[in-house]
Write a protein that binds this ligand. Structure first.
Ligand SMILES: *Cc1c(COP(=O)(O)O)cnc(C)c1O
Length: 452
């Protein structure tokens, strides 16, 4: 009993002597074993990583002259110059989309798109629950009901098999969300939409350059929506875009986003349709156009590092990297993985994330929770408008149906993630991420005990 050969005891001895490390051969393995042997930073040990991570957003002095030119010209709003059209051509080209329309934000891109796809008061839109609340709110702003498909725990995206049972005679559209830049399985989603004559509005607000079967996200449904908010991979403070393979749809979006003015194939006199002001400004467009090359290069770096992480993290018991649909490429706004505390001696997910973070590797132990219980939907369905539009029975059944989202509940309870800026680090620092998780795994019994 005294000299029980526990895994930790073995590791301690293996790391203590260079001879023991020698038989492991690979540099990687020996480094990892040394890291595992050490005391967790959360319990007073030395952190695995001390260098910090890339700041976000990033500024380049080289962008300044073009931006100054805009400010000095006094041509700031959309109608006063051609810089936004320049951005739209460039972004459409980057994605292989036929057209692009710049908007004020990702949220407004979604609002405009839903309107153009004829989502009206009293309609229903099937959406992924595992997303930023803006996806829900865009639907609610049309006085339409966001009906949640379930989440596939393996992919974290909309489970296509869960869509059909949720379609009613009021369903107008499906809104798949390519969460964390991981493409949804679009073939079965599009097939379901065709079968029931539904529109497909992609929430690609985290999926700039993500690919599904050789095509970019944002070109797979009827329209795709992007965000350029400050935290995103191509940021301009606020900003958004709608992309499509349809000239007509983008012309309609243009009209609605520009106070209802006629545009291209959407002909009329003056302000002839409903509309609002959802426009981007010139300076935002100029800042965005200058980031195209950076986006392309950084996407490759994030991908290579995410692949490397997945190949290594999948070997750690209790860690499961996310599965992507066949023949698709993610862009990793967050790098997420599933955490199984049973394999970590019962260490809670929150404590795991705290312990990994203490190693100098910031790790989020709760990404999206079950947000449909937060109150925004209760507020909507208790409103006068919603009560006029749906029967009390329908609204009750709707509220009760949140309990059926078993896959999503599981995902909300077991996902942990690191942020995109960390994926820009060089390989030796990416190794620290793996080392930190290994170290917490090796010390999980002690950490679990300490958590009480
Ligand atoms: C960021 C984001 C949005 C909203 O974009 P904003 O530009 O912040 O309005 C919508 N959906 C998802 C999935 C997002 O990540």
């Amino acid at each position: 009993m005294k000299d029980k050969l526990t895994r930790r005891g073995f590791i301690g001895r293996a790391a203590a002597g260079s001879v023991a490390i020698g038989w492991l051969g690979a540099h990687r393995a020996s480094r990892a074993f040394a890291a595992e042997a050490a005391k967790p930073a959360l319990l007073g040990g030395t952190p695995v990583h001390t260098g910090g991570w890339a700041k976000w957003p990033q500024w380049r002095e080289a962008w300044e002259p073009e931006l100054l030119k805009v400010w000095r010209s006094g041509r700031w709003f959309r109608g006063s110059d051609g810089r936004i059209a320049e951005f739209e051509r460039g972004y459409a080209q980057l994605l292989g989309a036929k057209r692009c329309l710049a908007t004020a934000s990702g949220t407004t891109a979604l609002i405009v798109s839903l309107h153009v796809m004829d989502v009206d008061a009293g309609d229903e839109v099937i959406v992924s629950p595992y997303t930023f609340s803006a996806s829900y709110n865009a639907i609610l702003s049309h006085r339409a009901l966001p009906v949640f498909a379930d989440t596939d725990p393996a992919t974290l995206t909309m489970d296509p098999a869960s869509i059909e049972s949720r379609i009613t005679e009021r369903t107008r559209a499906i809104m798949p969300v390519h969460i964390f830049g991981m493409p949804c399985d679009m073939d079965p989603i599009n097939a379901m939409a065709r079968k029931h004559k539904l529109a497909v509005v992609e929430d690609a607000c985290q999926a700039w350059l993500a690919e599904y079967k050789g095509r970019k996200c944002g070109t797979l449904g009827d329209v795709g929506c992007f965000s350029f908010q400050e935290s995103k991979h191509i940021p301009s403070g606020e900003g958004g875009a709608i992309t499509s393979m349809s000239e007509e749809l983008i012309d309609k979006c243009d009209s609605f986003h520009n106070c209802g003015r006629a545009c291209g194939t959407n002909k009329g006199n003056g302000c002839f349709t409903r509309g609002g002001n959802y426009r981007m400004t010139q300076a935002q467009a100029v800042l965005l156009s200058q980031q195209f090359d950076k986006l392309v290069k950084e996407t490759e770096i994030r991908r290579a590092n995410a692949d490397y992480l997945s190949a290594n993290l999948c070997q750690i018991p209790g860690i499961t990297p996310v599965r992507l649909p066949e023949n698709s490429r993610a862009v990793w706004h967050l790098y997420a993985m599933r955490y199984d505390k049973a394999q970590f001696n019962g260490l809670t997910r929150e404590k795991f994330a705290q312990a990994v973070s203490a190693e100098g590797v910031p790790c989020a132990g709760s990404v999206y929770h079950e947000q449909y219980y937060d109150g925004l939907l209760d507020e909507a369905i208790a409103s006068r408008g919603f009560k006029r539009l749906w029967s009390a029975e329908r609204l009750k059944a709707y509220r009760d149906s949140f309990q059926d989202l078993k896959g999503n509940k599981q995902v909300c309870e077991t996902t942990v993630a690191i942020t995109q800026n960390m994926l820009l680090a060089d390989r030796s620092n990416i190794d620290h991420i793996i080392d930190a998780v290994r170290k917490i795994q090796a010390n999980s019994a002690e950490l679990a005990k300490a958590q009480g």
